[in-house]
Design a protein around this ligand. Structure first.
Ligand code: ADP
Ligand code: MG
Length: 704
């Protein structure tokens, strides 16, 4: 897991938790195993819920299944039954009697409570013998020792997530000490700068209320999902992130780029040669890109469209505009197979117009490297390669536009790094992941986003069903039927080779088993550990129908287009992202016959996985799928923490908080209007904090 960005850069928060009273070396180690090392970590270790222990409940008003505090006097105590395995203590208040039972206990300790002693018992109420209320293993406190500052009685008590080997009561005790020693030291530059309905309180107060709700707290304060303190902390994180993005965008807009404006003759030639008309979405995207390229600061545009919405033509159009104004274009794809596919398509579109297109993938012998270098030096106007293209030591004669096809990825930070690498080229990113609306809002801070909503051929529907692991046999039957009709099928596996650790179906073993099961078929194997030519050959045989089953890891997402393929089986389907699965199934049913997809879950997929897979069975709408995955798993999981390019916040959750982002952005816009450099007394500390938190990640400081 990526380390979270530490809000609040205060030396005191870097102190070790071991420095707190009551935290010995063993506890310190256990905390540290849970990622809790510093005071800062402790402050952001927030309660999962609260227990209202403000007032004792009369015994006759106790409710079964609820946590309660009872104040009463000991009536009797002693071992129960002849075997003495249970200790029973009976308390009495003015309204009735409560039995407290222990099955594990230190006898001497419990015998210390004598009839007549006044105690508080805290525990969950369950029905006892003869219907009298009882508590199993309650906490006991002597009334005489319970003062107004007591950590466990007479107040609202935070319930923290479990830390193995640390008793909840001790955790509570030293977190209480931590907060009392540090909360007032947290100076919040945002205090007073935002409307209170957006930012209900300064950060120090929010942390303090989170750990120690005041006794006047209402029900809303006691629900960590709803509490104003949570909102304040989440807005604090989001605001600085958004400010980072805004600063990033301003920086890009201030940096010079070669304006690529052209009369558009090449573009007109391209459009004329196309066997189809652009969809309105494509037209609009091309128009926006044309405007962007003509400016003297670098374009940063993300073109989102589901598989088959026609992003390649838009990329070709952008390339025409750049080439006509005399610049080179680099086109990068996630895999070599896809790079070759782009090469084929772009050559078909562009070479008839006189544009020189070349391939530049890594590896190869010295002659290949020389050829690449010559291409980059101006032999080619459009250079197509893998993502490694810019990493290589190629020096371009005049690189003006970089087009990145990210398929299902969208690595915001990766792109930022890239933009830093080449001298401010214009940047167009193609993503097949429809960005959920909420994320688009957040990212719009620094990237322009274009959507391709329509598919030219109309919606691509792939009937999808989910099979439990135990019913996987049905997938083989379906495969037999498909092969019987002379059609083709993909079988996708999550891993290349079996690993002890992960019980995933592996491609190699699956191919072997299928070959045994279908002895008359040639079963093709394709995975990322095969070298380029081997992959090409395997793919070639499948494309030409020499083999009709292709067992592959996800390299297939790479845009193979085989019209005879009508079935896609995905094994261990829950291991894939939903958008990725959606893209995968887009590979079948591209010809005349409809496609079908069978998602076979692994042996223990879990409830969440089942819910996720059910989404795919229900809808073919890529955006709906992306939204659902986001809501079910959050962006980090749904798109991969690194892939999402979104920061690991401590408190903020995109799926919950992103709707507030437009308001935060308004606030930021207001600040920039008043104080464009954010240099004034009030805003300078805010800017400084944004740069401290995000400068490195967003390339606001350093080489970028
Ligand atoms: P993707 O967005 O998945 O990269 P492609 O660019 O590969 O999609 O386009 C998918 C298919 O749709 C291609 O065969 C392409 O030629 C075709 N296509 C693209 N735009 C149009 C259009 N406006 N009308 C008809 N077909 C189109
Ligand atoms: Mg594509």
């Amino acid at each position: 897991m990526q380390a979270s960005v530490t809000p609040f850069d205060l030396p005191v928060l870097a102190s070790s938790l071991a420095a707190l009273a009551g935290v010995g070396p063993v506890t310190a180690r256990r905390l540290s195993e849970r990622g809790l090392k510093t005071w800062g970590d402790g402050l952001f270790f927030l309660p999962a819920r609260y227990q209202d222990r403000r007032k004792p409940t009369p015994v006759n008003a106790l409710q079964e299944g609820h946590l309660a505090v009872v104040r009463g006097r000991v009536v009797s105590g002693g071992l129960l039954g002849h075997k003495g395995k249970v200790y029973r203590l009976v308390l009495e208040d003015a309204t009735g009697r409560l039995a407290c039972l222990w099955f594990r206990f230190k006898r001497a300790h419990l015998e210390g409570y004598q009839p007549g002693d006044e105690l508080f018992a805290v525990g969950e109420v369950s029905p006892g013998q003869r219907g009298e209320p009882q508590m199993i293993h309650p906490e006991l406190y002597r009334a005489a020792e319970v003062g107004p500052e007591h950590a466990s009685v007479g107040r609202i008590v935070p319930v923290y997530p479990e830390v193995e080997g640390v008793a909840p009561a001790s955790l509570r005790r030293f977190l209480a000490e931590l907060i009392s020693r540090s909360a007032d030291k947290i100076l919040d530059p945002l205090a007073g700068l935002l409307p209170t309905d957006l930012y209900p309180m300064p950060a120090g107060e929010a942390l303090s209320r989170a750990h120690q709700p005041p006794s006047s707290a209402g029900p809303q304060d006691l629900d960590p999902a709803q509490a104003p303190w949570r909102q304040a902390l989440a807005m604090n994180e989001l605001l600085y992130f958004e400010l980072g993005l805004v600063l990033k965008r301003r920086r890009r807009e201030a940096s010079p780029a070669q304006p690529l404006s052209s009369p558009g003759k090449l573009l007109a030639g391209l459009l004329k040669a196309l066997p189809f008309r652009l969809t309105p979405g494509q037209e609009e995207s091309v128009r926006l890109i044309r405007d962007d390229l003509a400016r003297s600061h670098p374009m940063g545009r993300l073109l989102c469209g589901d598989v088959g919405t026609g992003k390649t033509v838009v990329a070709a159009a952008a390339a025409c505009l750049a080439v006509e104004s005399g610049s080179q274009v680099a086109v990068m794809a996630p895999t070599e197979v896809l790079a070759r596919q782009h090469l084929a398509t772009l050559s078909r579109y562009l070479e008839p117009l006189g544009v020189r297109v070349a391939l530049a993938v890594g590896g190869g012998n010295g002659a290949d490297q020389v050829a690449r270098q010559e291409a980059a030096q101006g032999g080619a106007q459009v250079l197509v390669g893998t993502h490694a293209l810019l990493g290589q030591k190629l020096s371009f004669a005049n690189l003006g536009l970089v087009i990145i096809d990210e398929q299902h990825r969208f690595g915001v930070s990766q792109r930022l790094a890239l933009a830093a690498k080449a001298a401010s080229p214009h940047l167009l990113v193609l993503s097949a992941t429809p960005i959920p609306r909420t994320l688009a809002l957040a990212l719009a801070g620094h990237l322009e986003i274009s959507d391709l909503p329509q598919r030219p051929q109309g919606p691509h529907k792939v009937a999808t069903r989910v099979l439990e692991f135990d019913h996987r046999r049905a997938a083989v039957d379906e495969l037999a039927a498909v092969l019987g009709r002379g059609e083709q099928a993909y079988v996708i596996c999550p891993l290349v080779e079996a690993s002890d650790k992960i019980e995933a179906q592996d491609a190699v073993a699956t191919a072997r088993n299928l070959a045994r099961y279908f002895p008359e078929q040639r079963v093709e194997l394709l995975h990322g550990r095969m070298d380029g030519p081997e992959q090409q050959e395997a793919l070639g045989r499948f494309r030409e129908g020499q083999s009709r089953v292709l067992v592959a890891t996800t390299v297939v997402e790479v845009g193979v287009d085989v019209p005879q393929a009508t079935l896609m089986i995905v094994l261990g389907a829950e291991r894939f992202g939903l958008s990725q699965l959606h893209q995968l199934r887009g590979r079948v049913g591209r010809g005349q016959k409809p496609g079908r997809c069978i998602l076979v879950a692994g042996p223990n997929p879990g409830d969440l996985a089942q819910q996720r897979l059910a989404v795919l069975a229900k809808t073919n709408d890529g955006r709906e799928i992306a939204e659902a995955d986001l809501h079910l798993r959050g962006p980090g999981e749904a798109m991969g923490e690194r892939q999402s390019g979104l920061p690991p916040f401590r408190v903020a959750r995109w799926e919950r908080d992103a709707e507030m982002v437009p308001r935060l952005r308004e606030v930021i816009a207001g600040w920039l209007e008043q104080d464009p450099e954010l240099a004034g007394e009030k805003l300078a500390p805010v800017k400084k904090e944004a740069i401290r938190r995000w400068g490195r990640r967003l390339g606001l400081v350093g080489a970028g």
